[in-house]
Design a binder for this molecule. Structure first.
Ligand SMILES: Nc1ncnc2c1ncn2[C@@H]1O[C@H](COP(=O)(O)OP(=O)(O)OP(=O)(O)O)[C@@H](O)[C@H]1O
Ligand SMILES: [Mg+2]
Length: 267
């Protein structure tokens, strides 16, 4: 198996030297093989989104190395690696342009897949292709190409965002609590779509979720973060043995250990 993503000793401090100083990532190491689907859990402020930002290039680490497909991209700007990475955020408003139609949004995402010839018009052939893709969502959006995206429900927008994020057939898909803002039935729909799309394109995926059941159900690996560190990892075999109770126990045990260590350092 080939390492598709490699994070070596990633370190990031915000507002260094001020009272607001925050160590968001503390020497994080992670290797993803081609086709790995890793769920990421951890409390608020653990560093999960910051980790995603390091991979997408939205943030550059203070120290450490980011490699995608063997290439060092540590200091490469976000737009330079956008073809390699698809991303869906928690906020349904974030991934799409509300004042544009479904078709125009798709055309924009599609243009990113092209190295040149950025054309704004939509040909009959591309329209057919868009309809075909939208049908995968089972939401009837293929009949609403001219509808403004701002009029769609949160669930419909997240489904569209997911589709657009995977249009470029990226090497890595980053999902940051992308079902969190949805009602349970829409969340389930997007979860199922995620499974289908990840399987169809064999995408290497990192998915942040606060839903422990979802974190256990999806993917082949799991990581738990706390205070900027990966404090627990489960591979495929280990993950199958896990339950929500065991995960919570593990979290408390490791946290307790860490706290007693901190205390020892203080004394
Ligand atoms: N741009 C920034 N400037 C200053 N501090 C930041 C910035 N981004 C993140 N932080 C801080 O870094 C820490 C990690 O934040 P991050 O957003 O990665 O957490 P998270 O695990 O995604 O949490 P949540 O589950 O709430 O989304 C937090 O304490 C946060 O306040
Ligand atoms: Mg976050």
């Amino acid at each position: 198996m080939k390492a598709l993503l490699q994070l070596n000793q990633i370190y990031k401090v915000f507002n260094e030297g001020t009272p607001d100083e925050k160590k968001a990532l503390d020497h994080v190491n992670l290797v993803l093989e081609q086709g790995d689907f890793v769920t990421v859990i951890g409390s608020n402020g653990a560093g999960k989104s910051t980790l995603m930002n390091m991979i997408s290039g939205k943030l550059i680490p203070d120290l450490g190395l980011v490699k995608i497909d063997g290439k060092d991209v540590t200091t490469e700007k976000e737009h330079r690696r956008s073809k390699l990475i698809g991303r869906v955020f928690q906020d349904p408003m974030a991934g799409t342009a509300p004042s544009m139609t479904i078709e125009e949004n798709l055309a924009l995402a599609y243009a990113r897949t092209r190295t040149r010839g950025l054309r704004s018009g939509v040909s009959k052939k591309t329209r057919g292709f868009f309809k075909e893709k939208l049908e995968i969502l089972h939401l009837g959006l293929e009949n609403r190409l001219e509808a403004k995206v701002g009029l769609l429900s949160g669930g419909e927008r997240q489904a569209l965002s997911l589709l657009m994020a995977t249009f470029t057939e990226p090497k890595i898909l980053l999902l940051d609590e992308h079902t969190a803002a949805l009602d349970p039935s829409r969340a389930e729909l997007i979860t199922n779509l995620t499974k289908e799309i990840v399987a169809e394109f064999k995408l290497t995926t990192l998915m942040v979720t606060h839903n422990m059941e979802q974190a256990l159900e999806l993917g082949n690996r799991l990581i738990m973060m706390d205070k900027g560190q990966i404090i627990f990892q489960a591979n495929e075999g280990q993950k199958q043995q896990l339950t929500v109770e065991k995960l919570l126990e593990e979290f408390q045990r490791i946290r307790g250990e860490k706290m007693s260590n901190d205390r020892a350092v203080l004394i």
